[in-house]
Design a protein around this ligand. Structure first.
Ligand code: HEM
Length: 460
């Protein structure tokens, strides 16, 4: 059935509309029609139960979460994401989460707004120079990746920013090699063969670990000396501080290295995707762009860079960002494994079963979002997130429960900040070369990039 459906889908041209989900997920809708909201799918030799009923999602992530754990990532993903918060389990995960959480509290992030704004303004100054003589085409997805890399480096490494950036460049090279390897991922044992790609990968891995250990040692020395400044708490500082304190669960240098890898991986592409999709949607819907800009000007007045309080008042922008997260959630799915035999709604789930929660399909479900579920309509969020759908667990771009995204405040803050500064300086529309084709490569990407035409606007 799967092969038949794939052949049928691949022979059909993709229409230009918002309801194009990645192909595999469009199969999901088809299967849901036939089998209902809960059904089995085989991924090679692995069978997964697909769950999109918000009541069952609530059980898995909140009321019965103790019966489930995160599944093991495939080796290639693990290599990139590191052995940090994303994949840790049990007491070690809880300990790291407690230590790292304060870095991402709003009070701490607020201190980072001027630094984030510097990165945004630097990017936009370049665009302004390019748009000096009129409209200019910019491929925004690449620019936003550089921007989010900048921001996550500052958040994670703080005073060791430059060294951190160099380490992250190594990880970016590693990602290129991993993307190449993804095509061979199904050849058993391939990653152990001494191919040129694998040798390069091993070298990079070693080099990165060496650089990170050096960076940590240097930061430790500075912390003992006078160079360490008071200010926002960054991930590296906070982990080093924890490694110096005695506790039942110790934090080693290896742990810090792994967390640094995790945060680069988890923080960069997710947020740049959100920025990219929101820009595309605003370019497609000029009426919302105008509305968001008018609101921005009335809230911020002459302030070029909004404050934290200004950002909280930008209701239209918040609605647009939420609608973008709903239609194009950067993380399209998550997986849980039953740790014991457990009852889930009317089902008996045997220990070891993998449950797939297709976030993107939950967000497009007409049963909870109404008949316009596939349309861009930020107005549905006008009374807040909890009232937007017919079920409070139908909007889950950052996951749910204890393992919800630790970086969501940072992601939303930097997205709103960047969009606000951008809306003030530019009006924008899709370039004629833009082709709408959301595709999945771990996250949800615009397959052919995001070429946008920018024109300076005067707001004085
Ligand atoms: C977890 C999405 C930005 C760090 C998650 C999860 C989702 C998610 C869905 C839960 C995964 C699961 O339950 O299996 C997103 C999206 C983002 C974003 C859509 C941006 C739009 C960030 C940023 C950071 C970050 C900026 C770090 C700076 C993490 C970490 C976890 C996580 C460390 C694991 C938390 C834990 O298990 O304790 N994210 N994320 N994310 N995210 Fe994000």
């Amino acid at each position: 059935e799967l092969v038949g459906l794939m052949m049928k889908a691949s022979s059909q041209p993709m229409p230009f509309s918002h309801n194009i989900l990645p192909r595999v997920l469009s199969f999901y809708h088809h299967w849901k029609k036939i089998y209902g909201a809960t059904f089995l799918v085989w991924f090679g030799p692995t069978v997964r139960v697909t769950i999109s009923d918000p009541d069952l999602i609530r059980e898995i992530f909140t009321t019965k979460s103790e019966f489930y754990e995160k599944n093991e990532s495939p080796p290639l993903v693990k290599q990139l994401e590191g052995d940090g918060l994303l994949s840790l389990k049990g007491e070690k995960w809880a300990h790291h989460r407690r230590i790292i959480s304060p870095t991402f509290h709003m009070e701490n992030l607020k201190l980072l707004i001027p630094i984030m704004a510097t990165s945004v303004v630097e990017m936009l100054e370049k665009w302004k120079a390019m748009a000096e003589k009129g409209e200019v085409e910019i491929e925004v997805s690449e620019c936003f990746q550089t921007l989010t890399e900048d921001v996550i480096t500052r958040t994670a490494f703080g005073s060791s920013y430059e060294d951190g950036k160099a380490v992250f460049r190594l990880q970016a090279q590693q990602m290129v090699l991993a993307a190449d390897a993804f095509q061979k991922v199904f050849i058993p044992g391939y990653r152990f063969l001494p191919t040129r790609r694998n040798i390069n990968c091993w070298k990079l891995e070693k080099e990165m670990k060496k650089s990170l250990v050096k960076l940590i040692d240097r930061r430790k020395e500075n912390a003992c000396g006078k160079e360490e400044k008071k200010g926002a708490k960054d991930l590296l500082g906070i982990m080093i501080g924890a490694s110096n304190t005695t506790s039942n669960v110790s934090v080693t240098v290896d742990d810090i290295v792994e967390e640094c890898k995790t945060f680069f991986f988890a923080g960069k592409h997710t947020t740049s995707n959100l920025l990219t999709w929101t820009t595309i949607l605003l370019a497609m819907h000029p009426e919302w762009q105008v509305r968001a800009r008018e609101e921005l000007l009335s809230v911020c007045g002459a302030r070029d860079v909004p404050t934290k309080d200004d950002l909280a008042k930008l209701k239209t922008l918040t609605m647009v960002v939420n609608e973008s997260l709903r239609l194009y959630p950067p993380t399209i799915a998550t997986i849980r494994r039953a740790k014991a035999d457990v009852e889930l709604g009317e089902y008996k789930i045997p220990c070891g079963t993998e449950l797939l929660i297709p976030i993107v399909a939950v967000h497009h479900d007409q049963a909870t979002w109404g008949s316009d579920a596939s349309e861009f309509n930020p107005g549905r969020f006008s009374n807040g997130v909890s009232r937007a759908a017919q079920h409070p667990f139908a909007f889950i771009p950052f996951g749910l429960g204890v393992r919800t995204c630790i970086g969501q405040n940072l992601a939303i803050l930097q997205t709103k900040l960047a969009l606000a500064i951008m809306l003030r300086g530019f009006s924008f529309r899709l370039a004629p070369s833009y082709r709408h084709a959301p595709t999945v490569l771990m996250l949800l990407y615009p397959q052919y990039g995001a070429p946008i035409l920018f024109q300076r606007v005067s707001t004085t």
